[in-house]
Design a protein around this ligand. Sequence first.
Ligand code: NAD
Length: 436
Amino acid sequence: MNITIVGTGYVGLVTGTTLAELGNSVYCVDIDEKKVEAMKLGKVPIYEPNLEEMFLRNIQAQRLFFTTNLKESLEKSDVIYLALPTPPGEDGSADLSYVLKVANDIGEMMTSYKVIVNKSTVPVGTADKVRATIAAKTSVEFDVVSNPEFLREGFAVEDSMNPSRVVVGSSSEKAKGFMSKVYQPFTNIGIPIIFMDEKSSELTKYASNSFLAVKITFMNEIANYCEKVGADVDKVRLGMGSDDRIGNRFLFPGIGYGGSCFPKDVKALIKSGKQENFDFQILEATENVNISQKVILVSEIENYFGGNLRGKKIALWGLAFKANTDDIREASSLDNIKLLLEKGAEITAYDAIAEENVKKILGDKISYASDMYSALENADCLLIATEWSEFKNPNFKLMAEKLKNKAIFDGRNMFPLELPEQNGFFYKSIGRRTVG
Ligand code: NAD
C-alpha cells in the first residue's frame, strides 16, 4: 500500500519505518525542513534502539521517503496517518491545533478517497472535529479513523513490530477494510485488531496511560509509606507482583513519572472530565503525588547537608525521562535540577544520550561530564535520576575516590542495598531502609 505519515517525530518516524518494513511505500511528511533534509541523508533525528538499521534498510529499498510536500504525498497515498503533537494547552487540555491545521490542509488538497488515521493522542470527540474540518473544505469522500499508538519510547521498534494489540475506532466498513489490509501482517501472526467506535478508541489511549500513571504513583505512595513503617518496597513489590491479577510490571517505585505522554495525558483526561462536569479524583491525586514525588530526594539531600545546599556540588547521573531514550520532556531530572539550583547547589550531569537535548534548554546553567565517573570529581554527593544500564553495576571504589562524601541519593533504586552498604556509602533510595 501507499501510505503517508504526517509528523515525523517519535511516533511518526517509528510508525513510518515499521510500515515500510512491512512492505508498504511510506511518505513521511514534516514541516521541519532541517529534519527532513537530515532524514533524506540517512540521519535518524531521534535516539531509539534498533531504529537506525531498519530506517536505512527501508530507505535503501526505496520504500521510505521524506518530504515537506504534503500535497504530493497525499496524491500518492490512500491511507494518511496523523502523528502530530498534541501538547497540553495552558489549561491542561490537549492542544488540537496541529491536528486540525493538517486536517484543514488535507481537506483543501485531497482529490480522491482517503482514510485519515489519527495516531496522535486526542480527547474523545476529536475524530468528529477532524471529520468536520475536512468536510468543510471538500466534497470528496473520506473516512476518519482513530488508531491510538501504544509504543513505549526506548522500545518503540519492538513495540511497533510486535504490538500487543491494535485498536481501531471506525464506524465505516470501507475504512475498516483499509485498516485490516494495513495490519494484515500483524493479524497473520495472531496480533488482534480490536475494532470499536471512534470515541471508545480515543478514550482507550487516555485510559491506558492514566491507568499506568496511577499504578506507578500508587507504588510510589506504598514506597513512601514503607519508609515510615520500616517495610521494604522491594519485598512488597515481589509479593504483590506474583499475583497475576496485579502483574509484576510498573511496580517499581522511583522519583515519579515523566516523558511526553503520562503527564500530559493525565492532565488532558482531567480537563476533558471537567468539561463534562466530571471529576477524575483519582487522576487529580495522581498528578499531585507525582509532582511532589519527582523532587522527593531534594529534601533528603538538604537534610544530609544540615539544611543548606548553597555551594554544594551535586553529581547527577541521568537526564532522560527514562532509560534508552534521548527524550527529556517532563523528565524528573529537570525538576530536580531546577529546585537544586534554586537552593544554591551546583550540578554536573552525565547522560551520554540526552545531554544534547538538555543543553538546548539549560545551556551552561549546569556542567556536563563526558563519563559517569568524571561527573563525580569533587562532588559532594551523587543523585541518580535515570535508570541507564551503565549505572547498574558501577565501580564503587572509584566512586569513593572521586566523591568528597560517599553519599548516593538514588531516585531509581539501581542497587541492592548490600552493594553501597559493603562499600561504606550513605545510600538513600525509595521505599527502602537508608544505608549508612
Ligand atoms: P514529536 O513532537 O516527537 O513529533 C511531532 C512531529 O510533527 C515533529 O517532527 C513536528 O515537526 C511535526 N509537525 C508539526 N506540525 C506539523 C505539520 N503541520 N505538518 C507536518 N509535520 C508537523 O511528537 P511524538 O512524541 O511523536 O507524539 C505525536 C503524538 O503521538 C502525540 O499526540 C503523542 O501524545 C502521541 N504519542 C506519543 C508517544 C511517545 O512515546 N512519544 C506514544 C504514543 C502516543
